[in-house]
Ligand binder design. Structure first.
Ligand code: PLP
Length: 393
């Protein structure tokens, strides 16, 4: 299988981890040698309810047996997509009411950029340095990481950058700006939180300039930070909310949500302003609905903050310089990239799944499934501490 993986499946890095998967359940992934791997990454925040959550599996199986794809997105009334969009609206503040379901986070971002240009008649898009919004051409163009951009130029024009958390840069938002696009909490940059009232200032400046505010909650959304959406911590409501990853607990999905009035613009002048065959797929929408019901019905969201404390209390070691992030979106900071690398690889060999962050090589990602137990957290932290002590010697 390994040989075929390297030969027939396109690779994304020269050195993939290449763990051969047998099955997965709860907080564990099992390999084909029968080893259990405790998962502190959750498919990079995608498996919000852990692996094969029974409610999600049931929703998928029942919907798959009823009907799967019947028509391109938006033509037919398909209950899972309608019910999902309605439920989401009931959990979001005004004016976020109307949802466009797509296939991935990056496509949701493409839709948001298009909507902002269509709504304002302007072309300028402002994003933050070290941001990550996805890998298709529009989302990629929002990035400022030259090494990753150079081979793919020319990019989508009209993009300029500000520094996240620097209010002085906000005067770049002007009458040419269609949208300011920010991650509510910067992910790839190293789990950087908005400081003080930064997001409120961005909101105010957008309002003054008539620009739309787009918040990318693809990583922090769906309960990961102690609220259903991270923007709820910061008293700042976006015009367009971009979602993905943990939304359907491991199924491929994305969405962007805005006011009804704004979203209607994509259906006219031109008609079919954004179209996608599989958007709103009923099986995936059923998984998303089961995920949202499950996340919001118990204490899972509040418990992420208690679990964060367990991580913070346990992970005390000379080699850890800082733990960034909030809830179950944590980045373990160490002094150099070699140490971070060794932690990820050594822990992997001891049955603990950790991962890197895109633009911060001194960080180790911890974003486990939300239902992870305290015992599992302690078990994984003990492995990290054991590895750190070995590295120190
Ligand atoms: C903040 C953020 N935005 C956008 C994306 C892109 O989502 P997808 O990989 O589903 O296209 C990601 C994925 O890592 C992300 O973390």
């Amino acid at each position: 299988m390994k040989e075929d993986f390297f030969r027939y499946q396109a690779q994304t890095t020269p050195h993939p981890l290449a763990l051969e998967i047998s099955h997965a359940s709860g907080s564990y992934i099992y390999d084909t040698d029968g080893r259990a791997h405790l998962d502190f990454v959750a498919g990079v925040s995608a498996c919000s309810l852990g692996h094969c959550h029974p409610a999600v599996v049931k929703a998928i199986q029942e919907q798959a047996a009823r009907y799967m794809h019947v028509m391109v997105y938006g033509e037919y009334i398909q209950a899972p997509a309608v019910e999902y969009s309605k439920k989401l609206a009931s959990m979001l503040p005004e004016p976020l009411e109307s949802t466009y379901l797509v296939n991935s986070g990056t496509e949701a971002m493409e839709g948001a950029i298009k909507l902002a240009r269509r709504a304002t008649g302007r072309t300028g898009i402002i994003s933050a340095r070290n941001a990550y919004h996805g890998n298709t051409m529009g989302s990629l163009s929002l990035m400022d990481y030259e090494e990753r951009l150079a081979p793919f130029r020319p990019l989508v024009p009209g993009v300029s950058h500000i520094s996240f958390n620097n209010p002085k840069d906000l005067d770049q938002i002007d009458e040419n700006t269609a949208a300011v696009v920010l991650e509510t909490i910067q992910g790839g940059a190293g789990f950087i939180m908005p400081e003080g009232d930064y997001l409120r200032k961005v909101r105010e400046r957008c309002d003054e300039a008539g620009a739309l505010l787009v918040l990318d909650e693809i990583q922090p959304g769906f309960g990961r930070t102690g609220k259903l959406f991270a923007f709820e911590h910061y008293d700042c409501i976006p015009d367009i909310l971009v979602l993905g990853k943990g939304m359907a607990s491991g199924m491929p999905v994305g969405a962007f949500t805005a006011s009804h009035e704004l979203m209607q613009l994509l259906s006219d002048k031109p008609k079919l302003g954004h179209i996608t065959t599989f958007g709103g797929n009923p099986v995936i929408a059923a998984a998303a609905l089961a995920t949202l019901n499950e996340i919001t019905s118990g204490q899972l969201i509040e418990q992420t903050l208690e679990k964060e404390q367990v991580f913070r209390n346990k992970l005390q070691h000379k080699l850890i310089t800082e733990i960034r992030g909030k809830g179950l979106m944590l980045a373990l900071m160490v002094k150099d990239p070699e140490t971070a690398n060794r932690i990820v690889l050594e822990c992997a060999s001891r049955g603990l799944v950790l991962f890197w962050l895109l633009f911060e090589p001194r960080a180790v990602r911890i974003s486990p499934p939300l239902p992870i137990s305290i015992e599992e957290i302690e078990e994984g932290c003990d492995i990290i501490l054991e590895v750190l002590t070995e590295i120190e010697q």
